[in-house]
Ligand binder design. Sequence first.
Ligand SMILES: C[S@@+](CC[C@H](N)C(=O)[O-])C[C@H]1O[C@@H](n2cnc3c(N)ncnc32)[C@H](O)[C@@H]1O
Length: 408
Amino acid sequence: MQCPHYDAGRCHSCTLLEIDYPTQVLDKERHVAALLAPVSTVSTVSTSGSGPTHEVTGSGLTWLPAVKSVESGFRNKAKMVVSGTVAEPVLGILDGVGRGVDLTDCGLYPDVLQAAFAPLAAFVTRAGLEPYQVSGRGKRAQQRGELKYILVTLSPDGELMVRFVLRSQEAIARLRKHLASLQEELPALAVASANIQPVHAAVLEGDLEIPLTERTTLPMRIDDITLDLRPQSFFQTNTAVATELYRQARDWVDEVGPSSLWDLYCGVGGFALHCAAPGRAVTGIEISAEAVAAASGTVATLRDGAGAERFRDVTFAAGDATAFAVGPDAPALPEMVIVNPPRRGIGADLARWLETSGIEHVLYSSCNATTLAKDLAAMPSLRPVRGRLLDMFPQTSHYEVLVLLHRE
Ligand SMILES: C[S@@+](CC[C@H](N)C(=O)[O-])C[C@H]1O[C@@H](n2cnc3c(N)ncnc32)[C@H](O)[C@@H]1O
């Protein structure tokens, strides 16, 4: 992929841009294999001869060929910092000295997403949304303006969700007044909302979300399941690769064939719903109440359709994944658990609990192989047997990896 912003030193996000794509994937495969080698080696203890000896008999982990992405135009969401002025807003990033860099032609975005930026910039001007900026430092820092970010998500069917992250509610009336004109210029706009993020900190969004459109969910169709995305919920960045991720998870879960399954860190239910099957009880746990409400809505719709049997016993609840598993009110142990935590991993407590729980099968989907390796080291009885890298983030060193663990 060629990028004028990278060539000019204006943007450094795509750290692997100078490496050809097949080599990027190969390097990532080597990276994850090396990180997991210490936890995927089969060890046996031999008691013959003079005393116990520790023998390493090779890796018990089989890697499937990596799932590759298209090299550009794969991101389904854009997080645009808004800078510049009301008359000439700049959508993109801030460079090292706080100057706005226009990234509306960034090659990671599909054409439909790129085409949304000009109408959005024109809307910023029409609605008089002053870009947020800070001058000075420390106690002398002066904050001005309202609009911090514009967050845009593109659905597989070409619809858009747009969120305006604002410092206060000062501009809400103007947003509402001019929204119809934005919808005219941007007919793909299905869901719009304002998020209020009042603090001056490197935090993308705040707790308060104010809907601006009647529709509040964006349908994200993946194979035969349409997930409902709400403004404050997570969705995998690369829809095509996410589709392969959920298909692979479903295949491995079906091979094991559990009658009960937990999906911890379930988001809007991607794994839980793809892995649902007649006679299988599936429980999704997620910290975001919005995501749980969306997932519960999806499953109700699916039950009304042809999927009554498949989705009969699928439920979602809001809560902390570790507290749910280790807490006194935990339901009966499931036969299999899926975990898909944020970059920090599942952490010591949940890993310890899984290790001692007796649960036979775990599927771990990770966007950070370093924390994955650490978590696996804390669960030595659960051995990785199958792994697959899914390149969700070409041009960067990030990737997703799915690992199937069986109890030894
Ligand atoms: C990598 S995302 C995965 C979401 C989902 N599995 C998917 O495929 O879209 C991690 C999810 O964990 C949720 N989360 C973060 N901390 C959590 C916690 N302590 N307990 C439960 N869920 C948590 C986040 O809100 C986010 O939805």
